[in-house]
Design a binder for this molecule. Structure first.
Ligand SMILES: Cc1cc2nc3c(=O)[nH]c(=O)nc-3n(C[C@H](O)[C@H](O)[C@H](O)COP(=O)(O)O)c2cc1C
Length: 511
């Protein structure tokens, strides 16, 4: 059977959008004709410059005031040019298409009018319902998204059917700002939080440009985004990443065994985090194989910030941090930290820091060797669990998301509860949230394993190398190859035992 082709829908949240209606369809057709990155860049340059020309023709060249230019731009057919955030979105969609997804494009300005009305809501709903994944690209406004992206979040959140449908589907973001530190990352993080809140799963960009929060463009003036090649690369990275995970989810089905869940208790207050994990295990033990690692009782030394990390190239089962002293427990824990399907970092927080015992930050920094060892935690589902005595000032759920996403993982809605009278309030809700994530991970794991065993599967780790010169040495290359082969063999072994055999199709002869 040919592999499933998931649908990735690109949504442009630009108020300076150049494309709408038939122009969106035309963009998708055009992208499919571009054979390589050079052709893509040439196309993006042409369309970006065309957009500047749209402005000039609409009155900028003649020195007209902006209201008149704006009115003239609105008379256009929406078939030529690309605004800055549309350029980045087009790059991401092209990359998703090349990775094996079907793509679509919609401009939110076409639906959400300036007066606040929603034009043709049924069309937008249908397209959202059909999409396996959405890529949302927009400008940075005041270090955050603009009003079109905000309206999209509202549109989904206020519609029960849409909300139910998007739960468990994928989201990836792209933000374009005029300044280098204009708030691209803050925009991506806030937006990711809202999409996770809607029950979506979130991915960042891939390891080509080092795994971060999505596409980040640096372009201000009309018609300039095509010059930011790094920004285009990050956008292509989120396109590839969303397509790759969508493919796994589309291929995936039940597992023959149960998902392997690692609870990492990183910070506790009077044992509440550990007790909450125990309660969750009582409820869900039959749905998963759980390992609980209570890091608050371990000794985790600070990272040394080595210039070469990990110490050497080897297979994933080898501990490769330079810290091996007897006063540090991480080398002993290494085996517990790999070979899981879900990571649940657990943090309890108090108003009174004196009651907190924590290895949170030291542990996070010490995971550097895991990340730089070619992203050992790639594609794992991460479900942060945050318990707090005071929600207002607790940043841990967000920090867990942003640190773990850099491990090239897939994020699921954080489970957050208030601590009341020494217990997590709403344990049933936490258990429901975790059970949902366990169900998603079955599909993710089985799909990933199935894809890994397909003959034309390419696994090219593009992660960190020790250093460009050193990596060029034959020995290093061989070790790298051995590491890749070891991963492939492990995936094959796991696929043989863990992926449930598809049920035989009904064999009925109908006359
Ligand atoms: C109201 C407003 C607020 C903005 N705020 C920021 C900002 O906080 N940081 C930034 O880098 N750029 C900011 N910009 C610049 C836009 O993000 C930038 O021009 C972007 O390229 C627009 O994308 P577009 O052409 O796709 O609409 C702002 C622009 C406007 C109109």
């Amino acid at each position: 059977m040919p592999p499933a082709r998931p649908k990735v829908l690109g949504l442009a949240a630009s108020l300076r959008n150049a494309r709408w209606g038939a122009g969106s369809e035309k963009l998708v057709v055009d992208l499919a004709t571009l054979p390589d990155k050079a052709a893509l860049l040439a196309y993006l340059t042409k369309e970006s410059e065309r957009h500047l020309e749209n402005f000039l023709e609409a009155g900028r060249r003649a020195g007209k005031d902006f209201l008149e230019i704006y009115r003239n731009l609105n008379k256009a057919t929406g078939e030529a040019g690309l605004s800055n955030s549309e350029v980045a979105l087009a790059a991401a969609l092209w990359a998703a298409l090349r990775e094996g997804a079907d793509i679509g494009h919609l401009s939110l300005a076409e639906f959400f009018t300036a007066s606040g009305d929603v034009r043709r809501p049924d069309v937008l709903r249908r397209r959202l319902l059909e999409a396996d994944a959405i890529l949302l690209s927009g400008p940075v406004y005041f270090g955050d998204r603009g009003s079109l992206a905000e309206t999209l979040v509202d549109f989904i959140a206020r519609d029960d059917e849409l909300r139910t449908a998007v739960a468990g589907r994928l989201y990836g973001g792209i933000a374009v700002g005029a300044k280098r530190n204009g708030g691209q990352e803050t925009t991506l993080i806030y937006q990711m939080m809202d999409m996770l809140g809607l029950g979506m799963l979130a991915v960042g960009n891939d390891s080509d440009t080092t795994a971060q929060y999505g596409g980040t463009g640096h372009a201000g003036d009309v018609g300039t985004m095509h010059k930011d090649i790094y920004g285009i690369d990050t956008s292509m990275g989120v396109g590839r990443r969303i397509a790759r995970v969508a493919l796994a989810l589309a291929e995936g089905g039940p597992l023959a065994d149960r998902p392997r869940v690692a609870f990492l208790v990183l910070q506790d207050v009077d044992g509440i985090a550990q007790r909450t994990v125990d309660e969750l295990l009582e409820r869900l033990n039959r749905r998963m194989h759980a390992t609980v690692v209570n890091l608050t009782t371990k000794s985790i030394r600070r990272c040394l910030a080595c210039d070469i990390c990990p110490t050497h190239i080897d297979t994933d089962d080898v501990y490769r941090c330079i810290i091996t002293s007897s006063g540090d427990d991480l080398s002993d824990l290494h085996a517990e930290l790999i070979q899981h399907d879900i990571l649940v970092p657990v943090v309890a927080t108090s108003h009174d820091r004196r009651r907190m015992i924590s290895n949170y930050q030291t542990f996070i920094e010490r995971t550097r060797y895991v990340r730089r060892g070619d992203y050992v935690w790639s594609d794992l589902l991460v479900v942060p669990l945050g318990l707090t005595e005071g929600i207002a000032y607790d940043s841990y759920p967000i920090r867990m998301l942003t640190s773990f996403l850099r491990h090239h993982t897939v994020l699921s809605r954080p489970l957050v509860a208030r601590i009341v009278s020494g217990r997590a309030e709403g344990i049933d809700d936490l258990a429901d949230g975790l059970a949902t994530a366990v169900g998603v991970s079955e599909r993710l794991v089985s799909g990933r394993l199935l894809i890994a065993t397909q003959p034309d599967h390419r696994y090219n780790p593009v992660g960190y190398v020790l250093s460009a010169n050193k990596d060029a040495e034959d020995e290093k290359l061989q070790r790298r190859r051995a590491m890749i082969e070891d991963r492939a063999r492990r995936a094959e072994r796991e696929a043989a035992t863990r992926v449930a055999k598809p049920r035989a199709k009904e064999n009925v002869v109908r006359s």
